[in-house]
Design a protein around this ligand. Sequence first.
Ligand SMILES: C=C(O[C@@H]1C=C(C(=O)O)C=C[C@H]1O)C(=O)O
Length: 418
Amino acid sequence: MCKSYYYGSSQEIVLEKSTKEINQQLTAEAHLNKFLGFAQTNSAALAVYRLPNESKLKILCDLSGGKYIQELNLEDLSSGFLMHPFRTGLNKIVHFEAEVLGEILLTPNDNDTTAEISLDWLRSPSEQIEAKIEEASEFDFSILAKNDNLRSTFSSEYIQMVEEGIQSIKREEFYKVVPSKIKHIESDNNVNLGQAFINACYKYPNAFVNLTFSAKTGLWLGASPETLIEDKKGEYFKTMALAGTQRKSEKSIAETTWTQKEIEEQAYVSRYIINCFKKIRLRDFDEIGPKTVEAGNLLHLKTTFKVHTESANFPELGSVMLKLLHPTSAVCGMPKESALEFISKKEKHDRSYFSGFMGPVHLSGLSHLFVNLRCCQINNQTVTFYAGAGITEDSKAEKEWEETEMKCKVLSDVIFGI
Ligand SMILES: C=C(O[C@@H]1C=C(C(=O)O)C=C[C@H]1O)C(=O)O
């Protein structure tokens, strides 16, 4: 067995494949379930993810269980995975160090999850840890928190919140707000997380599919369509304005039409991003869109913003923009402060990591953070789905409720088939 690891600076590791493969007899889902069991029994933090349109999934493990970050400064972080809640306070920013890194190649159009799949180490654990992963027992859901006092948001409550949002917009308190809801589904603690993750990878090829676990953040599964920042060192910086939602129909993407309400709703997000650029006097960027894009069974409007880092001469652009962007008007509203105040007053649940952001940092020169959407938290006996919808003056409350139902379905489909 030959292992070869190439480390760059202390902050950054350059990923090179080692030639060692373990346990050829396992399927991809079985590998993932073993890692989950290992992380739980050894108090480690685990992030499994598949970047949009990639065929490889990455497994990242921090044996110390991850660290709390008080003040987020992207440049100070070492190679790893970042989890940031919607609002800090009760929930904290947590960084998982890339101590152990592996990858699995998912073959295209191969829905056969029973196929044997090899795991390649990019950063290998010790022999002792490897043995522990191989021997790991099943993940025990009954050790997770029991959310007895939480219940699903009623449609009547959500509709009332939307109506109140529309009234506030008419009073010119803000232009746009994004109220969210939660939906609990009983699980009997029999969710096959590995299988749900692999299903999501095949079903949502252009999403950021993620499965994370740590005692500090809990257990989350998601398939996000939205980049918050993509920062490729010395090359480019990207962000996107994603908003406006409709169900995918028979029509082709080119034939899809949008109403004034959706066009305006998405334009607010674009304008918000351009305002952030203005604040730092950045004028030289490419603006691509708005274009119609698919996100599972839904369609959105998307504008991509790209900055060539070298010509902009702004080495800390990623960090600076992250602070300015979050929470964007795609998940909060515009102006940010008054929309946030509305959300804090009216929503009865804690958003936790939903509509926060997460993703790999400083891995092969790339930090790619996604807005945590189309996600759920898995607890003891329940799975909690989160979804929101952008409200403008022309919103129809019942339609917005239906939109949140469709968004919850993105993940409930891969977990429960409903
Ligand atoms: C808030 C969510 O999604 C966001 C809101 C959208 C909208 O209001 O149309 C569309 C995409 C996302 O930016 C969610 O998925 O929960």
